[in-house]
Design a protein around this ligand. Structure first.
Ligand code: FAD
Length: 622
């Protein structure tokens, strides 16, 4: 028996899987294939599982928050706790946990449907993996190799380093399945030469000299969907003989999740610590009702999907459409054909792709999305409107790649002054001064940052977005830009509180995209601009034209007429506000010209549906 181990991290899928591809090449000497997932106590509180591994305690939580706001993140010491550094938030919400478990458990189902199986372990990966290798080697067995997806973030890199240190002969080998453009296709060295500005990065990548479609790589053909089930596309190598019950883990080193334990059972154990110690703003009302079984989706969720690979592939079919078979033409894809016109929407599932959740867990391959969009563009010939719209999906996927590639081993992703500290040409007058920022005291109900977290700022457009985040685990890109600008530019709070709060709640949380975008909005990231400050009243006028979004989430304002629902502090009869704040937490002079009955608001209702254009990009004060 010679086993090929695939250690799944953020690549929870069968399709476009380099490991499945390599393991099944005719010259690959492996005889067996073992997929593995490890629940890590650095990321999740596992204390309710038997022989629970302890989550190391959070380091310098208080000092980073209250005593020394500029405390720097030590890149040598990766985070060792599932609580965040500045705000002490959990690393996940019940909803985020639900999506993770749906992804992991459905992956095991897919392996089983393909004639294989999968091992679920919990504990420190550097303890678990060597034990598995040792067990596979008893009775003369061999391990052909341990394969995993290359990651770009420090915690993940440190994880692999610790595993390699703990292994005797084997080393983890990497594949590049995370990004649309693999690092070896980039026209520069991503470790040292990624441009400081996105546009430069995009132009270099698109200018690979071969045109847009050639920039895209055909995904690997490693899966098929049959009878409503994702399966390996061929005959998978057998699952090795391994008796995990015989693997000897010491006290507090964790264990294995039994092969018949249900998703609900695992959820109920992992969710308990979250309910024992809820954060400011609490948890979604729909998840609070259900602690022993996976929560139902929130009825108003803009992302009414499961975290499974099947759901991801079906969404790609629905959104981008299905390539022709035989004589039939392109099927569907109407949503992608209007993407750029609708992408700044706020309500419903259709306005943007909603691929982010699956992309962040690697349930959906970015190369599959890119390739399919390329096929759609090809099929549309010269239809400029379709190109203008659907191409923009690639433009956004390149943003995702860009944020991955801006990281390097000394990255300042988590430091208060962000990437700005690494960019020598960063304008001196824009350099942030973290000691001037408001440091949150989350125990104080009137604290500015706490009111932001709880959706109680008194600015309905901001509060609606924050409530959507807590209730559903999701917020539109338009909303994210607005609430981030509000926290950092209007309330002048430390941006890291916002990034951590997002990390806890966003079901599509991705370290690079989240922290990179937060830096960008806070003015400490790539491409510095002092003007990147959103005016929430103008934004509400432009993007929540019929007030439907604010009315969905700020239900206290039902008695307030349409004219004032975005600026309720202007009405005389404050009793109509019920419990909603009668004054906004802050009121900026620049808002006033967008109040009702001002010259600039007379056109309200005729406003644009899109924000960023190919030339203007996503930038500037809006
Ligand atoms: P679409 O508009 O359909 O875009 C298609 C894909 O392109 C997305 O799925 C995503 O993978 C990528 N993409 C789009 N915009 C961006 C962007 N600005 N940066 C990076 N990738 C992008 N995205 C995350 O995936 N995870 C995060 O944790 C995250 N945190 C964010 C925090 C802030 C403060 C801001 C302003 C943005 C953040 N984004 C994050 C980026 C963006 O808001 C989401 O990717 C997008 O809203 C997801 O919805 P969608 O899949 O429908 O996107």
């Amino acid at each position: 028996m010679n086993t090929f181990i695939h250690y799944h991290t953020l690549d929870l899928r069968l399709h476009d899987s380099p490991s499945l591809h390599v393991a099944h090449q005719p010259n690959n000497p492996s005889t067996h294939f073992l997929p593995l997932y490890i629940f890590d106590p650095r990321q999740l509180d596992l204390s309710h599982l038997p022989n629970a591994p302890k989550s190391p305690s959070p380091h310098s939580l208080k000092s980073a928050t209250h005593q020394d706001p500029s405390a720097r993140y030590d890149p040598k010491q990766s985070r060792c706790s599932p609580l965040s550094r500045v705000g002490g938030f959990h690393s996940t919400s019940p909803y985020r946990l639900k999506f993770l478990l749906e992804a992991v458990f459905s992956l095991r189902e897919s392996y089983r449907a393909s004639g294989a199986d999968m091992v679920f372990a919990y504990g420190l990966p550097e303890v678990i993996l060597p034990k598995i290798v040792e067990s596979l080697k008893t009775d003369g067995g061999k391990v052909e190799g341990i394969y995993a997806q290359r990651e770009y973030t420090l915690e993940e890199i440190s994880n692999y380093r610790r595993i390699n240190n703990a292994l005797n002969n084997e080393k983890v080998q990497f594949n590049d399945s995370k990004t649309l453009i693999s690092p070896d296709h980039l026209p520069f060295n991503p470790e040292s030469q990624t441009p400081d500005v996105y546009t430069e990065f995009r132009k270099k990548v698109e200018g690979l000299g071969i045109g847009l479609n050639e920039m895209l790589i055909k995904p690997l053909d490693t899966s098929e969907v049959k009878d409503g089930q994702v399966k390996y596309n061929g005959r998978i190598k057998p699952f090795p003989k391994i008796d995990v019950d015989k693997i000897n883990l010491k006290d507090g080193q964790g264990g294995f999740i039994s092969s018949d334990e249900t998703i609900d059972s695992v959820y109920s154990k992992l969710v308990k610590p979250l309910f024992d110690n809820p954060p400011v703003g609490g948890w979604s009302s729909s998840s609070s009702d259900s602690r022993d079984t996976l929560p139902d989706l929130h009825s108003k969720s803009a992302i009414p999907f499961k975290g499974t690979e099947l759901a991801a592939l079906e969404r790609a079919d629905d959104y981008i459409g299905i390539p022709p078979e035989g004589k039939a033409g392109w099927k569907g894809g109407m949503k992608a054909k209007h993407y750029k016109e609708t992408r700044n929407g706020l309500l419903g599932e259709g306005f943007s792709t909603k691929f982010s959740t699956w992309l962040s867990l690697g349930v959906l391959s970015p190369k599959v999305v890119g390739w399919r969009v390329g096929e759609l563009l090809d099929a549309q010939g010269r239809d400029k409107e379709v190109w203008k719209n659907a191409y923009w999906i690639l433009f956004e996927l390149l943003w995702r790649d860009y944020f991955q590639y801006t990281l390097n081993p000394n990255s300042s992703l988590f430091n208060p002054d962000g990437f700005s500290s690494q960019i020598s040409t960063y304008p001196q007058d824009l350099r942030p001064n973290p000691s001037e920022w408001h440091q949150a005291n989350l125990e104080d109900p009137n604290d500015k940052a706490r009111r932001w977290c709880e959706g109680r700022t008194g600015v309905p457009f901001i509060d609606a977005n924050m409530r959507e985040l807590v209730e559903t685990g999701w917020m539109s890109n338009r909303g994210r830009q607005n609430v981030a600008s509000f926290l950092t530019k209007d309330l002048y709070c430390d941006w890291r509180i916002g990034a951590e709060f997002f990390e806890m709640h966003l079901i599509d949380y991705d370290t690079c995209s989240n922290w990179g975008n937060w830096q960008y909005q806070a003015g400490v990231g790539n491409d510095p601009r002092s003007s990147r400050q959103f005016n929430p009243i103008k934004q509400a006028n432009d993007y929540d034209v019929d007030n439907g979004f604010v009315r969905t989430w700020v239900t206290e304002l039902e008695g307030v007429g349409d004219e004032y629902v975005q600026t309720p502090w202007l009405i005389n009869d404050k009793s109509k506000l019920k419990n909603y704040p009668s004054k906004p937490i802050v009121e900026l002079p620049s808002w006033k010209k967008h109040y009702p009955n001002q010259p600039s608001t007379r056109n309200r209702g005729k406003a644009k549906g899109n924000g960023k254009g190919p030339k203007g990009g996503k930038k500037g004060a809006e």
